[in-house]
Write a protein that binds this ligand. Structure first.
Ligand code: SF4
Length: 575
């Protein structure tokens, strides 16, 4: 029997990406936080709990010592939706195996990895359940398994789910673990859970494996935000739920009062928060309960921070695919939901909400408060060539009728055991690979780019862009938040810093920006020529004729009003 107070524990975060839960840096998922809380609750002293991300173990091989020497090694990870990530690289199955081999103490694996593992973290793959050589795999909630395992002197546990009282306690007790995240404190966003499970049963989705929705009451979530905020977290995403609008209701219909308690409570305990975003809203809720939904969306747009996205899982605009995969929303219904979110959440700071949706020359140069995103999934049962056309038609209609989408996410299915897709597997996705590639390019060119210009026109200011990597003489960065825009800033700037940026140009899914405000007396040639309408010659003239007393003194001749993001402040230092 091992006494809890003597245990040393190492938690390794291999990252998670589930349909309704994200945990690749700069995000920290709930798993390591709740697991740390369960350990503390079971009697393990905080100072004996070590937390590493898989990227830190890659970068600092000496840290593997903590894996080797711990009495208990806990691996958390699993990707049930595929993706490419800027902020971190999820653990590959071979690395996870190496963790188990390195550990000399007891080893336990948990998180969505319990649903299965593919050969690699990619779409159009089939998966199978494996133990990857760990002593234990938590088939229920890993935090409950950890608690019971420690209580049982590391002898074993029964698979179970945790209850609301436990999650409330563990979420608060485990908040301290964020101190050990490499991105702490400034470049870290905490994923918050408000519910698990789903009232619907889409064929490909792992969320129904959690059962019907069960909600955490507002004080449970708010208490967690308070604890995280006390540990320096300033960025939050309410992303761990299938449908934010259903929060606190009967599982399907909205309950605006609960939403208000949640959002206002968060603002009360974390008044200095810098990001409050969400993920996942079910369009069928918006269509079935339009008035309550409008109220709920208004509440969210009142308390959130700009640039927020309500991701809609349309998945397919083709009725045949909808039918065969038990999808719950038609293209027509989804269109109606897009319209409603635009009308209630599509306003920008500095204008009246009633004006939404706004874009064009007169709109304030900030991102809208809340816009819909669209998720489309390919390789589902019944998919045919026409499916691709239907999806394109849907997206084109949204644009043509004057609405905005913040993000279009297109991916191919991963088939998991326990979902209806497991028989079909990756077969259709593989057959349609060429078609998929062509269509994806078409969406990027014909929809994404014009839509991005509408959502974030030239001159739009993005505060606090974190500079993350260099590529071909450009520095790329993103704001913290839900589906942030990728911003390329000309020149190689120091990484790790945060700057305000004004958008000057658009790619398919990214934007070019210059530091905001751009000092005309100090701007580089690269920055000046990044502005559409300013070529090498004009930029050269601008530099030669420095200094300027005001932006108006410079002969810019550009198609849009530069004065809105330029300044001439450092006249005395100008060259
Ligand atoms: S509505 Fe469908 S896709 Fe969304 S969480 Fe529920 S089962 Fe999954």
């Amino acid at each position: 029997m091992t006494a809890p107070e003597t245990l040393s524990v190492t938690i390794v975060d291999g990252y998670v990406d589930e349909p309704a839960h994200f945990g690749v840096p700069p995000y920290i998922s709930t798993y390591p936080r709740y697991t740390a809380g369960a350990l503390v609750d079971a009697g393990v002293p905080r100072e004996q709990i070590t937390y590493h991300t898989i990227d830190r173990l890659r970068d600092q091989p000496d840290q593997w010592r903590d894996v080797d020497e711990a009495d208990l090694l806990i691996y958390l990870g699993g990707m049930t939706v595929p993706g490419k990530y800027v902020g971190g690289t999820p653990a590959e199955p071979d690395e996870v195996r190496k963790l188990a081999w390195t550990a000399t103490g007891t080893s336990l694996m948990g998180g969505p990895v319990k649903f299965g593992v593919g050969d690699e973290n990619a779409g159009a793959t089939e998966t199978e359940r494996q133990d990857l050589d760990f002593d234990f795999v938590a088939k229920g909630d890993v935090e409950a398994a950890v608690y019971d395992l420690v209580e049982n002197g590391l002898e074993g546990f029964s698979n179970r789910m945790r209850d609301v009282e436990e999650v409330t306690r563990w979420a608060q007790d485990g908040a301290f673990i964020v101190d050990q995240h490499p991105n702490h404190p400034d470049h870290l966003i905490a994923e918050l859970e408000t519910s698990r499970g789903c009232a619907y049963r889409c064929s490909f989705c792992t969320e129904p494996l959690y059962g019907n929705p069960s909600f955490r009451p507002p004080p449970s979530v708010v208490g967690e935000v308070d604890a995280l905020s006390n540990h320096g977290v300033k960025h939050f995403r309410i992303g761990r739920q299938a449908d934010i609008l259903a929060y606190g209701g009967d599982g399907e219909a909205p309950n605006p009062d609960a939403l208000r308690q949640l959002y206002s409570g968060i603002r009360e305990v974390a008044p200095d928060l810098e990001t409050l975003h969400l993920d996942n809203m079910n369009p069928i809720t918006v269509v079935n309960w339009p008035e309550k939904s409008r109220e709920g969306i208004r509440i969210i747009a009142e308390y959130n921070t700009p640039g927020d996205t309500a991701a809609f899982g349309l998945e397919s605009a083709d009725p045949i695919v909808q039918e065969e995969n038990n999808l719950n929303v038609s293209a027509e219904e989804c269109f109606e939901a897009v319209k409603i979110v635009n009308e209630e959440g599509g306003w920008r700071p500095g204008e009246e909400p009633a004006e939404a949706p706004t874009f064009g020359d007169d709109a304030p140069r900030r991102l809208p408060k809340l816009l819909p995103g669209i998720n489309l999934l390919h390789g589902l049962k019944g998919e045919r060539e026409e499916t691709y056309e239907r999806n394109l038609e849907f997206l084109q209609r949204v644009y043509d009728e004057g609405y905005m989408l913040r993000r279009i996410n297109i991916r191919q299915v991963m088939a998991f055991d326990g979902t209806d897709m497991s028989d079909t597997g990756a077969e259709i996705a593989n057959e349609h690979k060429k078609l998929f590639k062509r269509y994806k390019q078409q969406v990027r060119e014909e929809i994404d780019k014009p839509m991005l210009k509408r959502v974030a026109p030239p001159g739009t200011v993005l505060p606090d862009v974190h500079l993350e990597y260099h590529q071909d003489g450009t520095t790329f960065g993103r704001q913290l938040g839900t589906y942030p825009l990728l911003v390329g800033v000309p020149g190689e700037r120091d990484l790790g810093q945060t700057i305000d940026v004004a958008i000057v140009d658009h790619g398919y899914r990214s934007v070019t920006g210059v530091p905001y405000p751009l000092d005309l007396n100090d701007a580089s040639m690269d920055e000046l020529t990044a502005i559409p309408g300013i070529g090498d010659r004009t930029a050269g003239d601008l530099v030669i004729n420095r200094p300027y007393d005001s932006v108006g003194d410079a002969d810019l001749e550009t198609e849009f009003d530069l004065a809105q993001f330029m300044t001439t402040r450092s006249l005395e230092h100008a060259d």
